[in-house]
Ligand binder design. Structure first.
Ligand code: PHE
Length: 445
């Protein structure tokens, strides 16, 4: 394989490396921080079922679309789109520039606030090992003192951005692939240890019932739309992260298998994280619907009261940092790849320069929770869904049949039925559902 870093763009050395990096992108704060708290807010089992349906109808088709665009285009998101839709005239140009600009914007904006939240997780690791002090008056005070302290938040934000830039500057193979090959197994190990822990200490039964016994009286239109929006965020869709990683693949052969593996890992890890968190919550008689503070306030509160809590807290927050790290890497890589492929920058210059820009963009979020929410809403509710909408339409209607179906035709047996099913879904079902999310984001329901 001629995939060394020296000869050209570089790429993943092994298929497993690709799967772990793409799963590393998908598994992040979305799985461990956001999925449990929105599931708690929307009442459990029924919401989980709807979320699984959204992963199947929107997530899987789009994941394939992004990976095949990257794989066949072979460049950063803008140039891959441009190469594959050039024959389509004006619609192709519009889609290319729309997707490209949204991808850069989302990469910059999401990482800017994501790094602040991830930085808080780093702070909690520091508390767990005694490097930083917790507020004596309890977890709520500890979190408020952190989130309300711009300088402190900015400090941890800086550390986290440094970790991300360090890996991306190292390259695809010796930076990203190598890091994710360590980070992902570490994450799964910690999660399994935590699962074993709650299996022994109790609460697992209540947690299982909460997550998997649907109560359909709790289903609302809003829950459906929330689940759909989250399907995007959690699978890193709508901003070319999977296009960029797909462009480092060496062949069409495993795209279908790999995308299934990524979606499976992402979903399984969200469900196990939810199981662990709710087991802790129920065993202490706490409320599942605590909202965004679930991970930063409710959990530390409980950790402080359970046997071995200091160790569990350390394991949990290391888990959160690791998950956020491999996601942050993919967010930066989208923009860095564009700097390299389109503008001919060196990887190191691109990673450091763009990293500093994102760091600066993140400072307002470190100093203002309102600004952080604004960036979160702007990207998750509007930019990602609009980007995903354009990618779905491009993949379904603008790509040539050969490019579009390459992953399926490479399957043993030719994958003809799968190709037909996917084409129908990406042309009609996915765009229609995504349009619903966008309209909901605009407050039209
Ligand atoms: N998927 C990541 C998570 O769940 C977030 C992310 C979104 C990463 C978009 C890359 C691109 O936390």
């Amino acid at each position: 394989m001629s995939d060394g870093e020296s000869g050209g763009r570089g790429g993943f050395r092994t298929d497993l490396g690709f799967v772990l990096a793409a799963a590393g992108s998908a598994v992040g704060l979305g799985n461990i921080w956001k999925f449990p708290y929105i599931t708690g807010e929307y009442g459990g089992g029924a919401f989980v079922l709807i979320y699984l349906a959204c992963i199947a109808l929107v997530g899987l088709p789009l994941l394939y679309a992004e990976m095949i665009i990257g794989r066949r285009g072979g460049k950063d998101v803008l140039d891959s789109m441009s190469a594959l839709t050039a024959h389509a005239g004006t619609p192709g140009k519009l889609a290319t520039w729309g997707v490209g600009l949204l991808a850069v914007g989302s990469g910059l904006f999401i990482l800017s606030f994501y790094a602040v939240v991830a930085g808080w997780a780093v702070h909690f690791v520091a508390i767990s090992v005694g490097l930083a002090a917790a507020d004596a008056s309890g977890s709520e005070a500890t979190f408020t003192a952190l989130a309300g302290n711009g300088g402190l938040s900015a400090w941890w934000h800086t550390i986290f951005m440094g970790l991300v830039v360090f890996v991306v500057a190292g390259g695809v193979q010796s930076g990203i692939e190598r890091a994710c090959k360590i980070l992902m197994p570490a994450l799964m190990t910690i999660l399994l240890i935590l699962l074993a822990y709650v299996g022994i200490t109790g609460g697992l039964g209540a947690s299982l019932a909460f997550l998997f016994r649907p109560d359909f009286s709790k289903v609302s239109g809003e829950a459906i739309l929330e689940a759909l929006g989250h399907a995007f965020f959690t699978l890193s869709l709508g901003m070319g992260a999977m296009v960029t990683y797909g462009s480092y693949l060496q062949s069409d052969r495993h795209v279908v298998r790999d995308q299934l593996a990524v979606a499976f890992l992402d979903t399984a890890i969200a469900l196990v994280a939810g199981l662990v968190i709710f087991a802790v919550v129920f065993s202490m008689g706490a409320e599942p619907g605590a909202g965004p503070g679930l991970v930063f306030i409710t959990l530390p509160d409980l950790f402080a009261r359970i046997p071995g809590g200091a160790f569990v807290a350390l394991a949990f927050f290391v888990l959160l940092v690791v998950a956020a790290w491999s996601s942050g890497i993919s967010l930066l890589e989208v923009v860095v790849a564009l700097g390299i492929d389109r503008f001919g920058w060196s990887r190191r210059t691109a990673a450091i320069g763009i990293g500093v820009l994102i760091w600066a963009l993140g400072l307002p979020s470190a100093f203002s929770g309102e600004f952080l929410d604004f960036m979160d809403n702007l990207t998750t509710r509007y930019m990602l869904p609009i980007g995903g909408f354009l990618i779905a339409l491009s993949a379904g209607w603008l790509l040539g049949k050969e490019d579009r179906e390459a992953g399926f035709t490479a399957l043993p047996g030719g994958g003809a039925i799968l190709a037909v099913g996917w084409t129908f879904t990406i042309r009609f079902v996915t765009p229609a559902l995504v349009l619903l999310v966008i309209l909901n984001g605009l407050g039209l329901f």
